[in-house]
Design a protein around this ligand. Structure first.
Ligand SMILES: [Zn+2]
Length: 293
């Protein structure tokens, strides 16, 4: 034993360090970075909270909404939509994050665009970043900005809140397509909303899962990439059952990567899953048609 230790550079302290490191990492569920991730997110959240300390704030049971004077007449509607999203989102993911989620309301597109390094789609009504839901004021995009039902059904809150809850549940262990597919699945289930355009029919040329995994945000036809991500999640929930979708989420929570989590849950390899999703989507998902849209 002594001879063996002497052979290791650093000797006894190095071995003790190695043993402690092994013990330390074996105590942490999942990958070590999953342990650090919530702390980083919390720090970003605190920073955003501090940077927006001069904004007005409204608290609801599960949310804190920050807004400017300009949107004072909108905040009750945003509060109602946020609370309306709470139950369907936490039920679908079978997970409820502790504390109140922060929602920032930007009064116009310009303010939202330059906020926090966001470089997303200019037409988007909201995004999830830094542990915070960031939305465009309903005044900036809704025809009838006083219709709470319209805001609940077509607004971004259920979608962005799903991103937040998944982020808390999986501690960053998910792919871009998976979180977009899940967010659309929940808003589809809760509000019947689907993003169907002339450019995202699933019957023509579509992306491979390799392309979706590699660089989801850079795929040139984003409406198609989003549509396919919804198909990939809906296939799991509708063909195999919601319990299987929850099983995938449990694997993500435990640190298993998305592709392996799906393979283990559905007991099929990733290539077969891709084939099955595409076949199912062609026959079962709504496709754009001139008459229906
Ligand atoms: Zn999204």
């Amino acid at each position: 034993m002594r001879a063996f230790i002497q052979m290791i550079p650093g000797g006894v302290p190095a071995v003790i360090g190695l043993v402690l490191a092994c013990l330390f990492f074996s105590m942490i569920p999942g990958r070590p970075q999953m342990w650090l991730y919530p702390l980083v997110r919390q720090a970003m959240q605190l920073k955003i909270d501090y940077q927006t300390k001069d904004m007005l704030a409204k608290e609801t049971p599960h949310f804190i909404i920050k807004y400017t004077e300009n949107d004072a007449d909108m905040v009750n509607m945003v509060a109602e939509a946020a609370e309306a999203a709470y139950e369907p989102v936490t039920a679908a993911l079978n997970y409820a994050p502790g504390g109140r989620a922060l929602i920032l309301v930007y009064s116009d597109r310009q303010a939202m665009k330059k906020a926090y390094g966001w470089a997303g789609d200019a037409s988007a009504m909201g995004f999830y970043w830094g542990g915070v839901i960031q939305i465009l004021s309903p005044k900036a995009w809704m025809k009838n900005s006083q219709s709470t039902n319209e805001f609940i059904a077509t607004g971004p809150i259920a979608h962005e809140y799903t991103h937040l809850v998944l982020d808390h549940l999986a501690k960053g262990n998910y792919s871009r397509w998976f979180t977009e597919g899940l967010a659309q699945y929940v808003e589809y289930k809760a509000n019947g909303y689907e993003w169907v355009t002339v450019d995202n029919r699933l019957t023509g040329k579509i992306y491979t899962m390799d392309e979706m995994d590699a660089d989801f945000d850079e795929l040139p036809n984003q409406s198609l990439a989003y549509r396919q991500s919804l198909a990939a999640v809906r296939y799991i929930a509708e063909v195999h059952g919601d319990a299987k979708l929850n099983q995938v989420l449990n694997y993500l929570k435990a640190g298993v990567k998305v592709d392996r989590a799906i393979e283990k849950t559905l007991r099929m390899d990733y290539a077969t899953y891709e084939t099955m999703v595409n076949l199912w989507a062609k026959g079962n998902m709504k496709q754009y048609s001139k008459n229906a849209n």
